[in-house]
Write a protein that binds this ligand. Structure first.
Ligand code: GMT
Length: 376
């Protein structure tokens, strides 16, 4: 098949899922065309069957807000006709679903194009429900030919808020198989925790929804009982706030901010416990990535997280903001080497048993095939 994928190029869940999906489709022999305003962060090597189309927005003195959605629509329409794309799969509804709708309508007389929209999270729960976007988000969803959501939670939220015309297919996010590189990670662990401290690890885009300050509150409580280092991976608006709070709590020597990393696996692997205290997660890809590295997780019990987080199997959950319960869970894990080892093993097993790339990609392909059949 010839497949277009539109996504955000940034270091973050929906862009990562879209890019890894495209790479996997290309490996299976499909031709994949990516559309974005910059090359997606995980598309940093030459790969057969993959093409990237950069969307440029012309500058003009009149434009206070350059109309990216229109340039994207035009680019997708041009390429769809020229390359005879079967479908365009957009990730994150705003504005991608609208741009895809415009492109399909623009070329309707020349070429039949199908549109799939994958909802990822805040496109529904936060941005999409904002009054300035609500009607157009519903329109984008309703004009798609198929809609998927990354969790049952997100499907229900979408049904409740937008009452969409189409059924929503739940296709969970996935994880690529990767070996545990324990020898490489051993050196990293020695450098970052030279006194043999336990490592609490967090990975996110540091947006307010991630509640990064709760990570520090948990670490502060854990530190009263055992020596710990807190490893923060990623970057975003609340990073400076977290750095300031660490200093205010007298923890500046206990925290390490490594920023955005191209390969997150070594950093996750050296963690003893992964902490995700988010106010909301439609899925929680970072927790799944940590599980795949054999790291037990302590997360909030919210949104789609219970679909991947199984208490006593992959780690433990607590109510949002309950840093006491989260720190107790962390201490329970750190104080019980047998439990820690068991959680580490079962977390990795659970991640691959349920979210292995080879289980999930066929679900997208089946959906693509059914749409292709429809257009015959
Ligand atoms: O919605 C966001 O804040 C960003 C979004 C993204 O584009 O990175 O994250 C969402 O999509 C991820 C991939 O499907 C999910 O793992 C995240 O849980 C989800 N974020 C939220 O729901 C807050």
């Amino acid at each position: 098949m010839k497949i277009g994928i539109a996504c955000y190029p940034t270091y973050g869940g929906s862009g990562v899922v879209a890019t890894e999906l495209g790479k996997n489709l290309a490996r299976r022999g499909h031709e994949v065309h990516f559309f974005s305003y910059a090359i997606p962060s995980r598309l940093n090597e030459f790969l057969e069957n993959i093409y990237f189309h950069e969307v440029e927005v012309p500058q003009y003195p009149l434009f206070k807000y350059p109309p990216y959605a229109l340039s994207l629509a035009t680019k997708m329409a041009d390429i769809a006709v020229y390359e005879r794309l079967d479908l365009i799969h957009v990730h994150y509804a705003i504005p991608h679903a609208i741009s895809a709708y415009l492109s399909r309508e623009m070329i309707a007389q020349q070429h039949a194009l199908k549109i799939i929209t994958t909802l990822h999270g805040t496109d529904i729960t936060l941005v999409g429900v904002d009054p300035s976007f609500m009607r157009i988000t519903r329109f984008g969803i309703d004009r798609s030919d198929a809609v998927t959501a990354v969790s049952h939670f997100l499907k229900e939220e979408t049904r409740r808020t937008f009452e969409p015309r189409l059924p929503i297919h739940v296709i969970h996010n996935f994880i690529e198989e990767h070996p545990l590189q324990e020898h490489v990670c051993g050196h990293l662990k020695e450098r970052l925790a030279p006194e043999g401290e336990f490592i609490l690890v967090h990975l996110s885009n540091f947006r307010p929804v991630k509640r990064v300050l709760d990570v520090l509150e948990v670490a502060l409580r854990v530190k009263r009982k055992v020596a710990v280092k807190v490893l923060f991976i990623g970057d975003g608006p609340d990073r400076s706030l977290a750095e300031q709070r660490a200093r205010a709590l007298g923890m500046e020597h206990d925290v390490i901010f490594v920023g955005k990393q191209e390969n997150i696996y070594p950093f996750l692997t050296i963690g003893d416990v992964f902490i995700m205290p988010s106010a909301l997660e439609s899925f929680g890809l970072a927790a799944l990535e940590a599980m795949s590295c054999g790291v037990p997780c302590v997360t909030s019990r919210v949104g789609g997280l219970p679909e991947i987080m199984k208490d006593g199997i992959t780690g433990f959950t607590a109510e949002v903001g309950d840093v006491e319960a989260m720190s107790e869970h962390v201490l329970t894990i750190l104080h019980n080497p047998d439990l820690k080892q068991r959680l580490s093993r079962t977390a990795r097993e659970y991640a691959f048993d349920h979210f292995h790339v080879n289980r999930i990609i066929p679900q997208y392909l089946q959906l693509y095939e059914s749409l292709k059949e429809e257009s015959k």
